[in-house]
Design a protein around this ligand. Sequence first.
Ligand code: PBG
Ligand code: ZN
Length: 327
Amino acid sequence: MFKRFRRVRANQAIRELVEETRVDIKDFIYPLFIKEGQGIKKEIASMPGIFQMNIDDALNECKELTELGIDKILLFGIPDVKDSVGSGALCEHGIIAEAIRKIKETYPNIYIITDLCFCEYTDHGHCGILDLECNSVDNDATLEITARQAIIHAEAGADMIAPSGMMDGMVETIRSALDSEGFINLPIMSYSTKFASAYYGPFRDAAESAPSFGDRKSYQMNPANRCEAIAESLEDEAQGADILMVKPALAYLDIVRDIREATYLPLCIYNVSGEYSMLKLAASAGVIDYDKILMETMLSFKRAGADMIISYHAKEVARLLQKRKSL
Ligand code: PBG
Ligand code: ZN
């Protein structure tokens, strides 16, 4: 028996036939950081290879993505002006609404998902309106503006809305707002199980969204809690989410597996900024075989039970898969 398996593993054809999990470029969603104004494309110091860009640069980026076979993007907006309630996100000419319209004009086949949150738009960097009494966010006041932001994205032509603020009731609120405006077919991908994680560090440089005081522990999840993690996702399913998500990825693959077994909804995994930067910096220090570790990592996401992967590595994955095909 063992001998036969060893022979099987050595034979490429059988190896392919019995391979249980595969990484396909169609599984990937690529995040873009779009900055208001005409500023030049700026590399994020803590995320080598990832840039803040204006809308014109984003269009060039879409060209490159299309050529690589990546046709799904996740948009983050960085406004010029921030205030206490994140007004930049509530205007139909805001950065994300404009970006959606321009991208759709040139690349109608690119599937646009919008991250829906306020931390990039508030001067205090929290994910919603503040409740000064508890020194954190006012959940229900934030729900109201969340619904408005969703409608703005929908009207601009977004294909899917991805609320990431972890407010209680956000999926239900967005669903009913979208439905009442006629967007009954617009899906919601909820950041349903999002941990309060230090792995988001580099993202906060990228999106200029670090909280100016405190942390996000009152609305993001405790990394120690497994049952709560599953319950949070199931709660969003009950509220009408179409796709669930676990974030971050690497340190939470057990949770991905648990949720995979608790629901029949599609499941997304977010391979976050800190995970990206760790691999990048290990590669530049010359201590890992980057390409191999990258693909092994992506495979682990699929094997854990994720159907789709949001990753800053998507372009590199595309190139590696193409190279593999031509061998
Ligand atoms: C905003 C948001 C964050 C990320 C995605 N959407 C940061 C946060 O919650 O602090 C993190 C993504 C990453 O680290 O790559 N709510
Ligand atoms: Zn946020």
